[in-house]
Design a protein around this ligand. Structure first.
Ligand SMILES: Cc1ncc(COP(=O)(O)O)c(C=O)c1O
Length: 368
């Protein structure tokens, strides 16, 4: 079976981790945490980094550091992971959805303005499968209506919008370093911030809102979302090699496109003229030429030794949210179609040329 994703761990990771073990700095204190935070913030062009336990907790403290009030609204894509909606709801706010762009599968930015109300406080673009969101219209709306921008760049480390790294554009940005991400810490995440006020607030929320003036005396509720020095040690070794990881992903994306572009049965990822796509995962969407859905396509590929993962299911189709009375009667046709007809092919950093060719041969044999 050709796996969907495997991480690429380098020798430096072992050296850094060994240092943690040898010096006993194994918890959430130690040199690798500030080094990893500074290096990642610098790479993305942001001022401050706050490392946390995963991408979901990154979103949670990012949303809660904005000081939203009950009933405030945050505009986000329906087509994303549920972590985004959870973070908005836990901050007391309401997720307001927009559909996906049929080309990039990112949020359709032309739908945002009609969703802005007097309660809107923030826009949350999610850079999807390695392709950036079209950020200029979001920046214009945010400055016109005085809204925060929180980027979710979990899936797009190193992707660029008009030459600027994603995660370096909004007021805050969130990353996951789960094992399938372009750089990984096993489990892990980070929030990047432009302002020192946000950075200080994020650090406090990550660590139980301890006060500097009196230990174990609390005036606010926080969380324990700390990353360990061992995880940050792996993270630092990964950032040091990110250009190799991105080169591998871009080679993979371009090679898949070259092999599969003549197949009318599938729509392939794009790279818009203003974008640098890092092809985190190589998604394909079945066209109407194919009678069955992505679940059946996945089953047929798996039978021939190719593992895949389905696309996200939109937030407006999640039973747990519908049961709360949210999104009643809402429909987002692009998200609904790609959720049913999309999946991603093996896209790991260790994928070899012969494995990629094998995947293409299997896709071809299943579709033809
Ligand atoms: C877009 C997006 N945001 C957030 C997350 C959550 O990250 P984590 O799994 O580290 O909690 C993911 C997870 O893969 C994701 O794809």
């Amino acid at each position: 079976m050709i796996a969907v994703s495997e991480p690429l761990i380098n020798d430096q990771a072992s050296k850094y981790v060994e240092e943690c073990l040898r010096t006993s700095w194994i918890s959430s204190e130690g040199r690798f945490i500030p080094e990893f935070e500074a290096k990642w913030a610098g790479y993305c062009g942001m001022n401050y980094g706050v490392a946390v336990s995963n991408g979901t907790t990154a979103l949670q403290i990012a949303l809660s550091c904005l000081g939203l009030e009950l009933g405030d609204e945050v505009i986000m894509p329906t087509f994303t992971i549920i972590s985004c909606a959870i973070a908005v709801m836990e901050a007391g706010a309401v997720p307001v959805l927009v559909d996906s762009d049929p080309r990039t599968w990112c949020m359709d930015v032309s739908q945002i303005e009609s969703k802005i109300t007097s309660r809107t406080r923030a826009i949350m673009p999610v850079h999807m499968y390695g392709h950036p969101v079209d950020m200029d219209p979001i920046r214009e709306l945010a400055s016109k209506h005085n809204l925060f921008i929180i980027e979710d760049a979990a899936e797009a480390h190193g992707a660029e919008y008009k030459g600027q790294k994603v995660g370096g554009i909004g007021d805050l940005s969130c990353f996951s370093f789960y094992a399938n991400k372009i750089i990984t810490t096993g489990e892990g995440g980070m929030v990047l911030a432009k302002s020192v006020e946000h950075a200080e607030r994020l650090k406090s929320l990550r660590n139980l809102c301890f006060r500097a003036d009196r230990r174990f005396y609390h005036t606010e509720l926080g969380h324990n979302y700390r990353l360990t020095n061992i995880q940050a040690a792996i993270g630092l070794s990964q950032v040091e090699r990110i250009e190799d990881h991105i080169a591998q992903k871009r080679w993979m994306g371009q090679a898949y496109t070259e092999c599969l572009k003549d197949l009318p049965q599938i729509v392939l990822p794009v790279e818009e003229s203003w974008a640098k796509n890092v092809y985190w995962m190589y998604g394909v969407v079945l066209t109407n030429d194919v009678a069955y859905a992505a679940t059946e396509f996945a089953r047929r590929l798996r039978e021939k030794g190719v593992d895949t993962r389905p696309f996200f299911i939109g937030m407006h189709e999640q039973p747990v949210l519908l049961e709360k009375g949210m999104f009643t009667g809402e429909h987002y046709p692009v998200a609904e179609r790609i959720a049913r007809r999309g999946l991603y092919l093996p896209s790991g950093l260790t994928l070899s040329e012969s494995q990629l060719e094998q995947v293409c041969d299997v896709v071809r044999s299943v579709l033809l």
